[in-house]
Write a protein that binds this ligand. Structure first.
Ligand SMILES: Cc1cc2nc3c(=O)[nH]c(=O)nc-3n(C[C@H](O)[C@H](O)[C@H](O)COP(=O)(O)OP(=O)(O)OC[C@H]3O[C@@H](n4cnc5c(N)ncnc54)[C@H](O)[C@@H]3O)c2cc1C
Length: 542
């Protein structure tokens, strides 16, 4: 069967890419290894009546133009706002609740520091202004800025011109930051901790904000690069307002399903349970793919929505890639220490610092930060750097059933625990069932320090170690972003320097997933940008 393009992997980015290509008149086939589309943005009915966002759990970054172009609302996408957005309980009986109401936030932070309460709006304004100026960079293909030798990659005159234009736009974006430029540079390249230490004095506020800086990273909050993750979190407004993260009705799969429906309406063919074993090439040009079953499909264009390691080291046969490129792919950092634990609960957690009557309260709606003090974050990382799961893990707990009654049996709840740090490589042993269960027990015990009833309310649990994230979702090293996101793996350097325009050394082969710029997160930008570049190149002549 011949197609204009085959997409390897039906993650949300692959689906976005397919929809844009089909809307431009291309005949597109999406091949997904799992029984359902969505990749890490998925809902799975793990236990009867419980529909779980097994990996990603909140949305904000999705580009608004994708939502509009693909008419996602018409196809069922609905965001449920979370007000308040965060709740941090402390063991001394106090808590910090933050949300969209500035006056309320001021009152909350004043409980710990009047100075911090006054500083918070200025800090948020700074991050917002920088994010607003730099955000447009996410939705365009980055220019090649490095003077790499010709044998690395030949650039056509047209590309050089386009790159020069984009470099100028980048310069202008930075110029428009004016006095904020030095702070923006620090946010883009520096460590989160010194920034937070400068702005604030209360550990309760700093710890709560700092959790955003380490999420998905295997770095300490004092490591260079973590400030960018802080900034990344105030980008996007899909949750209802800038930097506000929302739940997707029906779970995160509701978003992927809506993209799939839009794609199908535009003519895309989607096959699940279809694992690609090889991307076929002839004389350095893509010709199609072969499935693990042996079935082959032909297309002059193939876009891979899976990570660079899987694409180039597993699906491309030896000797097809220039040595410099292959070596650069081998250098990509996939380190990870994130784990996901999904729970079915018979009742809501009852927090000692803000007891409830069993019904949903404001403490249940947003992200609940467990062990979010600066020292906990540092100690947690230190354990993991030595190859041990954190003894006092940092848990981001979300309870989507607090606002969505479609995902659990009546009266019952689901809780999602995003946990750090759980290193992919353990100094002693591996992530076998005993290790996973012991760590999950320890996470639940940590929550019980703040909400003692949790221990008796767990009806079911799914534990996804970094190794499981690799096995189930195909994420090398369990890295939730298809490759870590320090500065040297962002923008013009993502996935590797010289190849950030979604093309690859194999003619007709593109990357369209989070492995490419602008990286991880449910954003759709990688898929959309890749489609723009493919449409520029046009269909293959053969
Ligand atoms: C545990 C976890 C929590 C997260 N939390 C959030 C969050 O709350 N909010 C947020 O914005 N982001 C979050 N992220 C990050 C975000 O989910 C990902 O960056 C994003 O979903 C990546 O989408 P993608 O389409 O690029 O790739 P993926 O989602 O990785 O999709 C790739 C697809 O390719 C398929 N595939 C792999 N190999 C093959 C093959 N050989 N043949 C065919 N198909 C194949 C996979 O099964 C998968 O469906 C989280 C990620 C994880 C893992």
């Amino acid at each position: 069967m011949n197609y204009d393009c085959i997409i390897v992997g039906g993650g949300h980015n692959g689906l976005v890419c397919s929809a844009y290509l089909a809307r431009a008149g291309w005949k597109v086939l999406v091949l997904e290894r799992r029984p359902m589309v969505g990749g890490a943005c998925v809902t799975e009915e793990l236990w009867p009546g419980y529909r779980i966002s097994t990996a990603a759990y909140v949305v904000s970054l999705l580009l608004p133009e994708i939502e509009q172009d693909l008419e996602l609302k018409r196809h069922g996408y609905e965001v449920l706002r979370r007000v308040p957005s965060s709740f941090t309980p402390f063991e001394d009986g106090t808590y910090l609740m933050l949300g969209p109401d500035a006056a309320e936030n001021h009152r909350e932070v004043s409980k710990f520091s009047q100075r911090d309460a006054d500083a918070l709006p200025r800090y948020e304004q700074l991050l917002t202004q920088i994010a607003e100026k730099l955000e447009p960079i996410l939705s365009v293909t980055p220019p090649d800025l490095l003077p790499l030798p010709k044998q690395w990659r030949k650039r056509s005159f047209g590309k050089k011109l386009r790159d020069a234009g984009k470099a100028r736009n980048l310069y202008k974006a930075f110029e428009s930051l004016g006095d904020q430029l030095p702070e923006a540079i620090e946010l883009l390249t520096g460590a989160a901790r010194p920034i937070l230490d400068r702005w604030f004095e209360s550990d309760q506020l700093k710890g709560t904000l700092a959790t955003d800086a380490i999420i998905g990273t295997f770095q300490s909050v004092s490591s260079a690069g973590t400030a960018y993750v802080l900034l990344h979190h105030v980008m996007g407004a899909s949750g209802g307002a800038r930097g506000v993260w929302g739940y997707v009705k029906g779970g995160m799969g509701g978003l992927s399903e809506s993209i799939a429906k839009s794609a199908k309406e535009a003519g895309v063919e989607i096959r699940t349970d279809a694992a690609v074993a090889e991307i076929l090439t002839e004389s350095g040009v893509t010709t199609g793919v072969r499935l693990e079953t042996g079935e082959t499909f032909h297309a002059g264009r193939v876009a891979s929505g899976i990570d660079a390691h899987q694409t180039f080291r597993r699906l491309i046969s030896e000797g097809q890639l220039p040595e410099t490129f292959r070596a650069a792919v081998d250098r990509i950092d996939y380190s990870s220490a994130s784990m996901k634990i999904n729970l079915a609960l018979s009742e809501l957690p009852n927090f000692t610092c803000l007891p409830g009557d069993g019904s949903v309260g404001p403490q249940h709606r947003g992200t609940i930060h467990i062990n979010a003090l600066m020292q906990d974050l540092e100690d947690g990382w230190f354990d993991a750097a030595g190859g041990q799961p954190s003894r006092r893990p940092i848990v981001e707990m979300t309870i989507p059933t607090s606002v969505d009654d479609t995902i659990s049996p009546p009266g019952q709840h689901v809780a999602s625990l995003f946990v750090q740090y759980a290193p992919y490589k353990l100094a002693d042993g591996t992530w076998d069932e005993a290790t996973k269960n012991a760590f999950a027990d320890s996470c639940i015990q940590q929550i019980a320090r703040y909400a003692p009833n949790i221990t008796d309310t767990v009806l079911h649990r799914q534990i996804l170690s970094p190794l499981d994230l690799e096995r189930v979702y195909g994420l090398t090293g369990g890295n939730i972003f298809q490759g870590a996101m320090p500065l040297h793996q962002l923008f013009s350097m993502r996935p590797v320097a010289g190849w950030s325009d979604y093309r690859t050394p194999i003619s007709g082969l593109y990357l369209c997933g989070a492995a490419a710029h602008p990286g991880g997160g449910v954003m759709g930008a990688c898929g959309r940008n890749a489609a723009v570049e493919m449409l520029r190149d046009g269909k293959s002549a053969t």
